[in-house]
Design a protein around this ligand. Structure first.
Ligand SMILES: [Zn+2]
Length: 277
C-alpha cells in the first residue's frame, strides 16, 4: 500500500530499527526493491532523487512509484529524495509523492528553517510528510546530490529549535557519513548520534549509508536512526552480478542487475534490523 512516512518511521523509532530508503532510477530497480520488500513482508521507502531527473522524469518516477506502491502488500512510501527547489517539490506532491525531502542544508541555519517551513506548510495541507537536513552530508558527483561538498556535523543545540520552528516530520543528520563510496570505512560519531537521539522527538535519518560498514549501520539502526538511505551499494551489487555472470544478451544482463540489487537490499534489511509494520 502507498503510505506517507509518518507512521512507519515512528514505529521504527519506537521499535529500534531502521527502514531502508532505496533510490530507483528506472522501472526495473523500482520493481526489484518492492519485490524484496514483499518477499520479506517489510516496509520500504521507494525514493526518487531530484538529481536523477535526467535518467527518468519526475512524471515517469511518479507513475512507476505509485504503481508498485499501490499494489504492494506491504507499506511503501513514494519519497522525493533531495528536493532542491520549491517548484520541483510541489510538483512531486501534486503528482502523488507521499513524502518529500527538502535539502536546504547548504544554506544558513535561518534560511534552512525558512525554506523547510514553507515546504512543510504546503505538504502538511495535503497529508504529505517532510524530511529536512540539518548539518550537511557531503557528496561525490553523480550520487543523490549534485554538488561535490564536504560534510558538516549536525549541532545538538540546533535540533530542537529547527524542529520546533519548521514542524518537519523527520530529520537527516550528519554524523560522519558521505554520499557515494569511501576509501576505507568511515568513522561515525556515535556520541553525537546518541546526544541527538536523546533530545529529538521526531525520527532521525542517515544519508550516505552505502559502504559505511555493516557494523556502523547496524549500530545506528539500533541507536536512534529510523531511515537509512542506500543507493551506491545497490548499483555496485548490480554491476558485480553482471560481471560475475557474463550475460550473453541484454535480457540476461538486466536479470543479473536486478538479482544483484535484490541481494543487496535483502542484506541491508538484516543489517538495519527492519521489522514488519
Ligand atoms: Zn542523501
Amino acid at each position: 500500500m502507498l503510505v506517507n512516512s509518518k507512521k512507519i518511521l515512528l514505529e521504527a523509532k519506537k521499535g529500534g530499527f531502521a527502514i531502508p530508503a532505496t533510490n530507483f532510477i528506472d522501472l526495473d530497480s523500482a520493481r526489484a526493491y518492492t519485490k524484496v520488500a514483499e518477499q520479506r513482508g517489510l516496509p520500504l521507502i521507494l525514493s526518487f532523487a531530484q538529481a536523477h531527473k535526467n535518467l527518468i522524469s519526475l512524471e515517469e518516477a511518479a507513475l512507476i512509484g505509485k504503481y508498485f506502491a499501490e499494489k504492494s502488500t506491504v507499506p511503501v512510501v513514494l519519497h522525493l529524495d533531495h528536493g532542491e527547489d520549491k517548484e520541483f517539490i510541489f510538483k512531486a506532491i501534486d503528482l502523488g509523492f507521499k513524502s518529500v525531502m527538502i535539502d536546504a542544508s547548504s544554506e544558513t541555519f535561518e534560511d534552512n528553517i525558512k525554506i523547510s517551513k514553507e515546504i512543510v506548510e504546503y505538504a502538511h495541507s495535503k497529508d504529505i510528510t517532510v524530511e529536512a537536513e540539518l548539518g550537511h552530508v557531503g557528496a561525490g558527483e553523480n550520487y543523490e546530490s549534485h554538488d561535490m561538498t564536504d560534510s558538516v556535523y549536525t549541532e545538538v543545540d540546533d535540533v530542537i529549535e529547527f524542529v520546533e520552528k519548521t514542524k518537519v516530520d523527520s530529520l537527516a543528520i550528519s554524523i560522519g557519513t558521505a554520499h557515494g563510496t569511501y576509501a576505507g570505512t568511515p568513522k561515525l560519531n556515535f556520541t553525537r548520534l546518541k546526544e541527538i537521539a536523546a533530545i529529538s522527538n521526531i525520527p532521525l535519518v542517515l544519508h550516505g549509508g552505502s559502504s559505511s560498514g555493516d557494523d556502523n549501520l547496524n549500530y545506528c539502526a539500533l541507536n536512534g536512526i529510523s531511515k537509512i538511505n542506500i543507493f551506491t551499494d545497490l548499483l555496485t551489487a548490480a554491476y558485480t552480478e553482471i560481471k560475475e555472470n557474463c550475460p550473453k544478451d541484454y535480457i540476461s544482463l538486466k536479470e543479473n542487475a536486478n538479482d544483484g540489487m535484490m541481494k543487496m537490499l535483502n542484506h541491508y534489511y538484516d543489517v538495519f534490523n527492519t521489522k514488519s509494520i
